[in-house]
Design a protein around this ligand. Structure first.
Ligand SMILES: [Zn+2]
Length: 299
């Protein structure tokens, strides 16, 4: 580390995700905001998303049941998305291609010997602990223990994150605060109400429901809301970069199920480890005050 002794510690945020695109859909505004404020943002993606369903017809040949080159393609999409968000530190767990996408729960791909679902938990978490010890983040963000919506790779990403957190603590770096990604029920409902009220023609086949949104929780369980509205354009650009997986239409988007969903620039978190930050709008605690005020009149 090259920190100057006596200077305020830099803020360091680590996010652990299953596939390229999950980081942008869930945390794109948060990542852009903290990166813009000078925090060190590290993304660890566990698989290349080889089993994803491809939306644009002209890219259909990339799919796992055809050329099986979607993973390589998504490395490029993720790089473009990170450029859009202003995030420079991005890695794949154990190196690109170390763990393969396991597909949806119950499919034959769950048994692929190289897939993340079959990974040795200690080995996979050991790779993450190596990153934690190198970067020494104060904040870790990942999914809840159901992976938000039950996808094997999302469940496994949660397990890798939590075990990696414990291994790193034993090896010398305890992360101050761990958060799970969530969305408050009232916000999801309001977003869908707005989508319905637009009453215009969407290019999507239908409209999703709140049940289609991962990680919906009762409002009182939410600890922190990060307002990334000032960085919404960056999140939109990053979503467009994941073109094989996401179709964007103004303030709405659709995944491969072609059901329109509202776009959120405020992103929500539930703290599960560490002392409460004491802030409703910041993942970091008072120990990690930004070195320079972000401008404007201070109260
Ligand atoms: Zn995913």
């Amino acid at each position: 580390m090259t920190e100057v002794p006596g200077s305020p510690p830099a803020r360091r945020l680590l996010l652990v995700h299953a596939h390229p695109d999950d980081e942008t859909i869930n945390n794109g505004a948060t990542m852009a905001k903290y990166a813009a404020e000078g925090a060190h943002v590290t993304l660890v993606t566990c698989t290349l998303g080889e089993e994803g369903e491809v939306i644009p017809p002209e890219l259909a040949h990339l799919a796992a049941d055809r050329d099986d080159t979607l993973g390589e393609h998504r490395i490029g999409e993720l790089a473009a998305a990170m450029a859009a968000l202003g995030v420079t530190d991005h890695r794949f767990l154990g190196g690109a291609g170390r763990y393969r996408d396991s597909g949806m729960m119950g499919v034959a791909q769950n048994d692929h010997p190289a897939c993340l679902w079959r990974a040795d938990p200690d080995e996979a978490a050991g790779h993450l602990a190596d990153v934690i010890l190198e970067v020494r983040p104060q904040v870790l963000v990942t999914y809840d223990d159901n992976g938000g919506y039950g996808h094997p790779d999302h469940i496994q990403a949660h397990r890798v994150a939590m075990r990696g957190y414990e291994i790193a603590a034993r090896r010398g770096h305890r992360i101050d605060r761990v958060y799970e990604i969530c969305t408050p029920r009232s916000v999801v409902q309001a977003g869908f109400d707005k989508l319905a009220a637009e009453g215009r023609d969407f290019p999507f086949e239908g409209i999703a429901t709140p049940d289609d949104v991962p990680g919906v929780v009762d409002d009182e369980l939410v600890t922190v809301a990060v307002d990334g509205a000032a960085h919404a354009d960056r999140k939109t650009a990053a979503m467009r970069a994941h073109a094989s997986q996401i179709a964007v239409d103004g303030p709405f988007f659709a995944l491969s199920n072609d059901l329109g969903q509202p776009f959120f620039a405020v992103e929500y978190y539930r703290q599960v480890h560490g002392a409460p930050s004491g802030r409703a709008d910041d993942l970091f605690g008072p120990e990690q005050e930004p070195a320079v005020p972000s401008g404007g009149e201070q109260r």
